[in-house]
Ligand binder design. Structure first.
Ligand SMILES: [Zn+2]
Length: 472
């Protein structure tokens, strides 16, 4: 805990920096009280910002001492001469031990009873367990703050924000370790807590997508990738998104209901083999999310994805009978790539060709679209791949019919989901992840974006703050 912000008392030089003595803005009585708190020479030339900053600092300091007294006054945690050790032996009371604790009010000196086991030569403090402090020396509220910044910005930026906004001094490495530990706990809670909800709307949408995240070299050894030499630079994060779209725009087209989107994602396998005893980890994730949101009980279940075969294999397995749609954005993007490959990026011919093909998609003239692709397929690899893609997915591209049924065909939710949930946090310049680190931060971020972060904190500390969490 440091002095809040970077402002020093009396140093006001920016715009609006009127210097005023305390006496001119406060009653004499209040001014005297403040002077007592922050010293007469400091209070002489205070501006508003320096005043609020200095007083906040003082208020925190007073509160910190009060909490410290409260924590240390209760010595009942040492009432028993012995307590059972997890090994089965009895651990003996061995006095009170101090611990420096970082909380949102500042640093506290906290003394608690320590029990030592002669057989395992280790010890424990019951109160640490009770207060959720086994994992380290950060209070629950500080850990929560770290979770917030760790989900949103880089660890370095998080460290700076914590200092500037909250006066909590943690370096980037501490932010990283704490945020990742929290993310692992959240990931574990996500797997364990699946409360099935009834569907909030008659039609529910589920989107599936994948996006590459840059990895450390050590995490990629032996993996095949798209680099010219066959190596990989990324691993694929797979994302499931669930939402509703009962709202209608001026043209009567469905619009995603605000606040209805939830996300769950990880770097994990989606392929379940015939010999496997259970579903692949990502398939299990999709099933959990569908159950949690009531997707599996909706009257109309709609799945949107790009054309990737793993997506439709998984959907056939988990949600037989669901309406399958290739996200129109993805489909149009593919056609645009073909146009560039045939005629060159930025040319009029490419523009014209892509427009014709996209109109064919919109109006359902799939035969005409296939014919146009067939023309270029023998001489152009992109056209050949796209021909294959449209042929395989044509049943999922009946856009006029799907639109007539009032369905979202290009919600943008799936596309945006990858950017919002993954890209903006994990794909920034210079970032290289481990699988464990990426999955922890993805879990943290999805939890926040899905409005579940608060639920996680409301669980009792024993389940929320367990140190025995194995990392995957
Ligand atoms: Zn023991």
């Amino acid at each position: 805990m440091r002095e809040l912000g970077r402002r020093r008392i009396g140093a006001r030089d920016g715009p609006g920096g009127r210097k005023k003595g305390l006496q001119t803005i406060l009653t004499a009585e209040v001014a005297a009280e403040i002077e007592e708190l922050i010293g007469p020479e400091a209070s002489g030339a205070l501006d508003f910002e320096a005043l609020e900053t200095a007083l906040r600092q003082q208020a925190l300091e007073l509160a910190a001492r009060a909490v410290e007294r409260w924590l240390n006054a209760d010595t009942s945690d040492g009432a028993h001469p012995t307590l059972p050790c997890p090994c089965g032996e009895q651990a003996r009371y061995a006095g009170r031990r101090p611990k420096w604790l970082q909380c949102v009010l500042g640093t506290l000196r906290f003394e608690r009873a320590y029990y030592h086991c002669a057989r395992c030569q280790t010890g424990f403090c019951p109160r640490d367990r009770e207060l959720g402090l086994e994992a380290g020396s950060l209070s629950p509220a500080v850990r929560r703050m770290v979770g917030t910044v760790g989900a949103l910005v880089s660890f370095q930026e998080g460290s700076e924000l914590l200092d500037e906004l909250a006066g909590v001094a943690l370096d980037a490495k501490q932010v990283e370790r704490t945020a990742e530990r929290l993310g692992r706990e959240i990931a574990q809670a996500e797997q364990q807590n699946v409360t099935a909800e009834p569907p909030p709307a008659p039609t529910m949408y589920l989107g599936l997508d994948g996006t590459g995240v840059p990895m450390r070299a050590s995490e990629l050894a032996g993996r095949q990738g798209k680099q010219p030499d066959g190596s990989a630079k990324t691993r694929e994060v797979k994302l499931v998104t669930v939402w509703t779209a009962e709202l209608r725009d001026d043209n009567g087209a469905p619009v995603r209901d605000p606040g209805s989107v939830s996300y769950s994602a990880a770097i994990e396998s989606a392929a379940t083999h015939d010999t496997d005893q259970q579903l692949a980890p990502f398939a299990q994730r999709v099933e959990r999310e569908a159950r949690r949101r009531g997707f599996d009980h909706a009257r109309r279940r709609v799945v949107l994805g790009d054309g990737a075969p793993w997506i439709w294999n998984l959907v056939d397995e988990l949600f037989p009978g669901a309406i399958q749609i290739v996200d129109l954005y993805h489909a149009k993007g593919r056609l645009w790539d073909v146009a560039k490959a045939i005629y060159g990026a930025g040319t009029d011919l490419a523009e014209q060709w892509a427009k014709q093909r996209r109109d064919e998609l919109d109006t359902g003239e799939i035969d005409a679209l296939l014919k146009a692709l067939q023309l270029h397929a023998p001489s152009n690899e992109e056209a050949r791949k796209c021909l294959d893609y449209v042929t395989r997915n044509r049943q999922r591209m009946r856009y006029p019919e799907l639109r007539a049924q009032g369905l979202c065909i290009a919600s943008g939710v799936v596309e945006a989901g990858c950017k919002v949930a993954i890209g903006t946090r994990l794909k920034r310049a210079g970032m290289h992840w481990t699988v464990a680190g990426a999955n922890a931060i993805i879990a943290l971020r999805c939890s926040r974006l899905s409005g579940r972060f608060d639920d996680f904190w409301q669980r009792p500390p024993t389940t929320q703050n367990s140190t025995a969490t194995p990392s995957r």
